[in-house]
Design a protein around this ligand. Structure first.
Ligand code: G6P
Length: 367
């Protein structure tokens, strides 16, 4: 055990630091000449993508958050309707499937009971095809799917998912860009998106250098009972993932809200005992997010802003963490890293069992 963890105190920390390599492995051989190779989705991929008029994504837990990010990408880049939902809801709600719909399941283990059951249901519902985004090649979900796009994160031991999530985003980014290209995405935006994927390993390595700064920040959270995470656009599901990480391993109650919903409830909770973490990279929604943060500040909330170089100088607050600036595809991956590190260091300070949090399992194979 200690040998496998190497220099790291926990598997989770090791897996967080493995992300540049896991991302490079997931992208390896799938991009050529600045373009996504569509064959990675199978020999008939071009015909399939051309026929696809809608996408239904289904997953659980962290994998569901990856699906929510992909939903923003697919609608914005490909201009094709996309839903992302929790497998345990999908499988019992009689989903309506229009002709030309592609089913996508996302699972690290490929064995999650609800996701597998949703996939089996989908196979009887007349989808064009079932694509699995999965980390375990010989798993049930891979075997049951007609198309497979493997993440190559390697074994993930920590119950709280880290490198599986970011490699899912990389794989879904490849899919979204290939799909969008087939649907006539503007060439410059396509090439820029692919370039961002290629830059991911380096950007994540750079972001990991914030570790010591985040460890220092974690002290502020160790005695808190609650935390609120805010984001907009693709950074809303990233905020959801940050909140999930914190509750899973530090047992602090954490909630994520789309920042625009602040006034519809969570603002009532804001006081000095409720730290508010905003995921705030520079994107089209940044001005709206900054004005939401002002509302938190004027109500005496303790604000932590995870910004990038372009935003950092606009946030007048000492607790600003500056991440590398990057575009629409790379930003959700990069923004996830500090949130993983924050939850890790808070959990260590609270003395919890980081790799095996109470009551949770790595793979939920029973309903
Ligand atoms: C469990 C794990 C999570 C994971 C979820 C879905 O809850 O603790 O880390 O995100 O299952 O698992 P899957 O293997 O389908 O991605």
């Amino acid at each position: 055990d200690a040998v496998e963890r190497g220099e790291y105190r926990h598997y989770m920390l090791k897996e967080i630091h493995e992300q540049p390599q896991a991302l490079a492995d997931t992208l390896e051989g799938r991009i050529s000449g600045g373009r996504v190779l569509t064959q990675i989705l199978g020999v008939d991929a071009d015909a399939l993508l051309a026929q696809t008029e809608a996408v239904h994504i289904v997953a659980c837990g962290t994998s569901y958050h990856a699906g929510l990010v992909a939903r923003y990408w697919i609608e914005s880049l490909a201009g094709i309707p996309c839903t992302a939902e929790i497998a345990s809801e999908y499988r019992y709600r009689n989903p309506v499937v229009r002709p030309g719909t592609l089913f996508v399941s996302i699972s690290q283990s490929g064995e999650t009971a609800d996701t597998l059951a949703a996939l089996k249901l989908a196979k009887a519902r007349g989808y064009l095809a079932q694509l699995a985004v999965c980390n375990v090649p010989e798993s049930s979900i891979v075997r049951e799917s007609s198309l497979v796009l493997m993440t190559r994160a390697g074994p993930e031991i920590g119950v709280a998912s880290t490198k599986a999530f970011t490699t899912q985003l990389a794989a879904l980014g490849l899919f979204a860009l290939a799909f969008a290209h087939a649907k006539g995405l503007d060439e410059a935006r396509y090439l820029d998106g692919v370039r961002q994927l290629e830059q991911l390993p380096g950007l994540v390595a750079e972001t990991l250098k914030l570790d010591a700064e985040i460890e220092a920040l974690a002290a502020d959270f160790a005695d808190k009972q609650h935390a609120l995470f805010l984001g907009r656009g693709t950074h809303w599901p990233v905020a959801m993932e940050g909140a999930l990480k914190l509750k899973e391993i530090s047992y602090i109650h954490a909630e994520a809200y789309a920042a625009g919903e602040l006034k519809h409830g969570p603002l009532a909770l804001v006081d000095a005992d409720m730290p508010v973490i905003a995921v705030a990279p520079n994107d089209a929604l940044i001005d709206k997010l900054l004005s939401n943060l002002e509302e938190v500040r004027t109500r005496g909330g303790e604000l932590y802003v995870f910004a990038d170089h372009d935003v950092g100088s606009r946030v007048d607050d000492s607790r600003t963490l500056v991440m590398p600036a990057c575009g629409e595809i790379a930003a959700p991956v990069v923004s996830t890293i500090p949130l993983q590190l924050l939850s890790y260091h808070v959990a260590v300070l609270r003395g919890t069992d980081v790799d095996q949090p109470r009551n949770l399992a790595k793979s939920v194979t029973v309903e």
